[in-house]
Design a protein around this ligand. Structure first.
Ligand code: C5P
Length: 224
């Protein structure tokens, strides 16, 4: 069986940067499942589909054409239905739209096989909210990354400012709390650690320290 490392956690916990770096260190594939939900949200906005129209959204999800072209530095160009979405995928409005479409059962079902198809040799690092609890329940290691809302908002702030978005810290703290709440309260695949997940609080750790700790856990379980 192809090994999967699942990294789940709330927005801004660092799972994207950690997942990408760990995948690179292991020369494994990487799945950013949040980008899949964001891509669907963008496709819906482009097609004028309401964010609560479950049947049209799930049809859109089944037809979604997604391509990730990743550079060595961690920058990824994402093409949604053959259209380069540039920085739009990372916009706070798209994150919020993604969290609305992600709450719909038929949408999650329509995207399940697409995520599982990313399990390719020699291994996969998958990051998201339900990688360990739902999409890859047989992952050999499940890490649940957390950090305080303030620390996560500060990281998002630095990231978005760096990309030229005009945001404020209080606005981001509010948005992060709102999104956490929606992701944790939803009936289907709520944001919560799998029972067998390792909890890792990154509030007081640097990115490199988190990457190193995850790699130590991986090497303890896999003889590599
Ligand atoms: O991780 P990211 O912030 O890109 O995710 C955007 C939204 O997509 C999240 O707020 C969440 O609602 C949804 N999502 C999800 N399940 C995943 C990944 C993301 O519901 N596995």
């Amino acid at each position: 069986m192809i090994p999967v490392l699942a990294i789940d956690g709330p927005s801004g916990s660092g799972k994207g940067a950690v997942g990408f770096a760990v995948a690179r260190a292991l020369s494994w594939h990487y799945l950013d499942s949040g980008a899949v939900y964001r891509a669907l949200a963008l496709a819906a906005v482009w097609a004028g589909v309401a964010l609560d129209d479950e049947s049209r959204l799930s049809a859109l999800a089944s037809e979604l054409r997604l391509r990730f072209d990743s550079g060595l530095t961690g920058d990824v160009n994402v093409f949604v239905n053959d259209r380069d979405c540039g920085a739009a995928l990372r916009a706070p409005e798209v994150a919020s739209a993604a969290s609305q479409v992600a709450a719909l059962r038929a949408v999650r079902a329509a995207l399940l096989d697409r995520q599982r198809a990313a399990r390719l040799a020699p291994g996969l690092v998958a990051d998201g909210r339900d990688m360990g609890s739902h999409v890859f329940p047989d992952a050999f290691l499940k890490v649940f990354l957390t950090a305080s809302a303030e620390v996560r908002a500060r990281r998002r702030y630095d990231q978005l400012k760096g990309k030229g978005f005009s945001v404020t810290l209080p606005q981001l703290i509010g948005e992060i709390r709102e999104r956490d709440e929606r992701d944790a309260q939803r009936a289907i695949a709520p944001l919560k650690p799998a029972l067998d997940a390792e909890l890792l609080d990154s509030s007081a750790l640097s990115l490199q320290e988190v990457i190193d700790q995850v790699l130590v856990m991986v090497r303890k379980r896999l003889i590599i």
